[in-house]
Design a protein around this ligand. Structure first.
Ligand SMILES: Nc1nc2c(c(=O)[nH]1)N[C@H]1C(S)=C(S)[C@@H](COP(=O)(O)OP(=O)(O)OC[C@H]3O[C@@H](n4cnc5c(N)ncnc54)[C@H](O)[C@@H]3O)O[C@H]1N2
Ligand code: MOO
Length: 413
């Protein structure tokens, strides 16, 4: 039965089964925010690199203050001062103290720091202490945070600001990261004009290319570098030229339009005979016509090609369920955890899986179908923050039924 539609899960599996994470490349940490680490990373240097003071105060030998009390303070001569970046200073000899600033190297001999606020009667030449101090007090030890050679970050870590700061601190300015997937977008349709075109130049049947904008933005948010090559008319030679251009450098290509049953279905016409491409129906609503395959770039790379339907709502929703996970996979990101919610109003299921826009409240698990959703209205989509996945079957799902939920903006939470 070549025409039997594929189940949604089958199509997802077909796609993810054909995708490999992009090979890690050396990356400067300044360019690595939002990338995924492609190696285990060890500290190149001790953190801190030297014993330093955590407070402004006096560096002492704890043994000198053992007998100190409020009644019988210990007074020590102050033999010098050390500041951050000012060198380690001379040894703190037994029975002496040195003024020390936060971040300064603790001079040899000293093993504790007493903050200014805790000393008694400090003068330029001597300082009094009214209590003992524990050895190690207010001293940050060399390697105490991370010792050189120890593992600080594991492969597959998503690099946020704090991870990059740690890499900087342990002397790892370059790390291997899965690169941002380079995604090329081609909108097809003779009716299309680039969004932003002068309204006066539009013909009565011109359509503004919104797919390039929504898919481009969604792909960037999913971690891609996006190049927009369209829109291109329903002309196989012109489409082929853009596709060939895309294949030179893209890690994935996304097309919209031109894949249904009409006379000018340029994507299907151009690619249906191509080795490795599949076109057919997926039992999903909206977005039934789909195409997917892996083509080979001129330099021999395997490049996944996603042919999405042109209808804007269908293009975006099927981007979310089929293409976003693939981009995340290329980028080395982890799969988003499966979420479930309970319907707050009854929903009629359909022979195909329905991608139902709605709102999801993670704190209560409430999954509220959008009353405006279900058609092809782009305005309805902006009220939604999730897709409620209504499984196929001819039945009414009552309030409280558990359904899978896919957030539309997982990064925005
Ligand atoms: N006889 C059949 N006709 C259709 C079927 C079918 O099974 N049999 N499937 C329908 C379904 S479902 C969909 S979805 C569409 C998909 O068609 P295409 O992928 O070929 O898309 P187009 O025909 O090129 O465009 C459809 C629609 O969307 C507008 N569009 C296209 N691209 C953009 C864009 N970049 N920005 C804004 N709007 C866009 C286009 O103007 C059309 O109105 O096929 C049904 N037909
Ligand atoms: O995919 Mo079409 O969007 O089902 O109308």
């Amino acid at each position: 039965m070549p025409d039997a539609p594929a189940a949604l899960e089958e199509h997802v599996a077909r796609i993810l089964g054909a995708i490999d994470r992009l090979a890690p490349v050396p990356t400067r940490i300044d360019d690595a925010a939002g990338l995924v680490l492609g190696e285990d990373v060890t500290a190149a240097l001790d953190l801190p690199r030297f014993d330093h003071s955590a407070m402004d105060g006096y560096a002492v030998r704890a043994a000198d203050l053992v007998s100190a009390s409020a009644e019988q303070p210990v007074r020590l001569p102050v033999t010098g001062v050390v500041a951050a970046g000012g060198g380690p200073g001379a040894e703190v000899a037994p029975g002496t103290a040195v003024r020390i600033m936060t971040g300064a190297a603790v001079p040899p001999g000293a093993d504790a720091v007493v903050p200014f606020e805790e000393v008694l009667g400090a003068g330029p030449a001597t300082v009094g202490f009214g209590a003992p101090v524990a050895a190690g007090r207010h001293v940050r030890r060399r390697g105490g945070d991370a010792a050189a050679g120890t593992l600080v970050l594991r492969e597959r870590t998503f690099l946020g600001a704090r991870h990059l700061g740690l890499l900087a601190a342990v002397g790892r300015p370059h790390v291997a990261c899965h690169p941002r997937p380079r995604v090329a977008l081609i909108s097809t349709g003779t009716e299309l004009v680039a969004s932003g075109s002068d309204p006066g130049s539009l013909r009565p049947d011109s359509v503004l290319d919104s797919n390039a904008v929504v898919i481009g933005a969604a792909a960037r948010i999913a971690g891609a570098d996006v190049t927009t090559l369209g829109p291109v008319g329903d002309d196989p030679a012109a489409f082929r030229e853009l596709l060939d251009q895309a294949l030179v450098s893209a890690d994935a290509v996304v097309t919209t339009g031109g894949i249904s049953a009409g006379d000018h279905d340029v994507v299907k016409e151009t690619l249906a005979g191509e080795d490795g491409m599949w076109f057919g129906k997926v039992a999903v609503r909206p977005g039934r016509p789909q195409g997917f395959g892996v083509l080979t770039s001129p330099d021999g790379r395997r490049v996944p090609v996603f042919a999405l339907p042109g209808t804007p709502v269908a293009a975006y929703l099927t981007f979310v369920v089929f293409v976003r996970p693939a981009i995340r996979e290329l980028a080395g990101r982890r799969r988003l955890p499966a979420l479930h919610g309970r319907l707050t109003s009854e929903v009629r299921a359909h022979a195909r899986t329905v991608l139902l826009p709605g709102r999801y409240d993670a704190s209560t698990g409430a999954a509220a179908p959008d009353p405006e959703a279900g058609g092809h209205r782009q305005t309805a989509l902006v009220h939604a923050d999730a897709l409620l996945i209504v499984p196929p079957g001819d039945r009414l799902l009552p309030v409280g039924t558990s359904v899978e939920v896919i957030p539309l903006d997982p990064e925005g939470r």
